[in-house]
Design a protein around this ligand. Structure first.
Ligand code: PHB
Length: 390
């Protein structure tokens, strides 16, 4: 073969090779899953990864003729790292969907990338109300703090709790919880006598709790992100706050199913409001909890796991509906308006806000089958994020 012919042949072969790669790429649907797998929020990463893998094990890894590829990245819950990883996933890996996001700053840092690249961003954990407004490509399967806090502010004054001190982590979700709890409690004739905020990184609750003990409100209302609840509970009990007649009320982030069973009997009777309990009495949830636990050495799923599991469902169903055609815009359109039964109960992805509409439950920590659970005793149905009305 002459030299020129040889070059032509090898270029042709290279092009053919590239074509084959492109074709293989076309038949792969990539989900870039960014989670805190290490650091302060690592339990969130562990729960969501386990739930996403369970969903895939139960529903197969091929949808609409495409092979689903999950690309997991650890952002250590630092938003600068999240942003870099999201950029790499979009530019280098050419992911079809970005998903995960353990904390609000991570979800926010990714929003401009989702918008510019027209890539759906499925928020499975972060829960500040305004997140869905940061990009028209964001869809949320977790919850919002206003959504769950209002129910507790309705319950409290009917149960002898009029004077409350709030204690929240000092960033988006905490500020949402503080504001919506306070406004609603005041509306109901109660009063927030002090509002305390603790830092997100390495919080020390002791000095704040001492302050609360001295001011003796009827109750302390707490929001801290998943993973920090056990420390709050321990210090609350160590200071004898309960014996001093101060009730602990909280969003379900505090009596987190990931930690609750290790908190001890001191947690008994704590009333919280939230969208998911591992003890939710439905057939779908029993099946979910059993399968999750079996696949993960007895681990109990928490609300983060459910956000991850449902997020995968929203992605799978959108891919089924579009057949993988039409790119990010089409996928996003197919995510809007989905209605289904989650392990938490019936849910709906509001097409206007791209946020989740769901039941909010009032729960009390009780013994069940020899373990500690959040046992639901009341429900407010189909709650929209109250943060969107303003
Ligand atoms: C958040 O950062 O938005 C966040 C994290 C953990 C929670 C709730 C909200 O439990």
């Amino acid at each position: 073969m002459k030299k020129r012919t040889m070059i032509r042949a090898s270029v042709a072969a290279a092009l053919l090779g590239a074509g084959a790669v492109a074709m293989a790429q076309d038949n792969v649907f990539k989900i870039g899953l960014i989670l805190p797998m290490t650091g302060q929020q690592a339990t969130t990463g562990r729960q969501i990864e386990a739930a996403a893998r369970l969903y895939m094990a139960q529903n197969g890894d091929s949808v609409a003729g495409k092979k689903i590829q999950l690309i997991l990245k650890d952002d250590t819950s630092l938003p600068d790292v999240t942003r870099r990883l999201a950029q790499e996933l979009v530019v280098n890996d050419k992911v079809n969907v970005l998903a995960g996001f353990g904390i609000t700053p991570s979800a926010m840092a990714t929003a401009p990338i989702a918008t510019q690249s027209k890539t759906p961003e499925v928020v499975m954990a972060a829960a500040t109300s305004s997140i869905t407004e940061a990009s028209p490509y964001i869809v949320r399967t977790s919850f919002t703090l206003p959504q769950v806090s209002v129910a507790l502010a309705d319950w409290a004054p009917k149960n002898g709790i009029k004077k409350v001190v709030t204690l929240v982590t000092d960033y988006g979700p905490g500020i949402d919880a503080e504001k919506y709890f306070k406004e609603r409690l005041q509306f109901n004739g109660g009063q927030v006598t002090d509002s305390l905020r603790v830092p997100l990184r390495s919080p020390d609750f002791a000095p704040f709790l001492q302050k609360v003990r001295d001011s003796k409100p009827d109750a302390l209302f707490v929001f801290v992100p998943s993973g920090a609840g056990a420390a709050v509970m321990k210090q609350f009990l160590e200071r004898g706050m309960d014996k001093a007649g101060i009730r602990l009320i909280a969003t379900g982030d505090v009596t987190d199913d990931d930690q609750l069973n290790d908190m001890g009997d001191g947690a008994l009777g704590v009333v919280t409001s939230h969208h998911y309990s591992a003890a939710h009495p439905s057939a779908a949830n029993k099946k979910f909890v059993e399968a999750f636990s079996k696949a993960n050495k007895g681990l109990r799923p928490n609300f983060m796991a459910v956000g991850g599991y449902d997020g995968m469902r929203v992605i799978y169903e959108a891919l089924k509906k579009t057949g993988g055609k039409g790119g990010g815009e089409a996928l996003l359109a197919a995510m809007k308006g989905q209605i289904f039964e989650s392990p938490r109960g019936p849910v709906f992805i509001d097409a206007q806000t791209r946020d989740i509409v769901q039941n909010v439950y009032l729960r009390k920590v009780e013994h069940k089958d020899g373990q500690l659970y959040n046992v639901e005793f009341d429900v407010i149905k189909d709650v929209k994020d109250p943060g969107k009305a303003k």
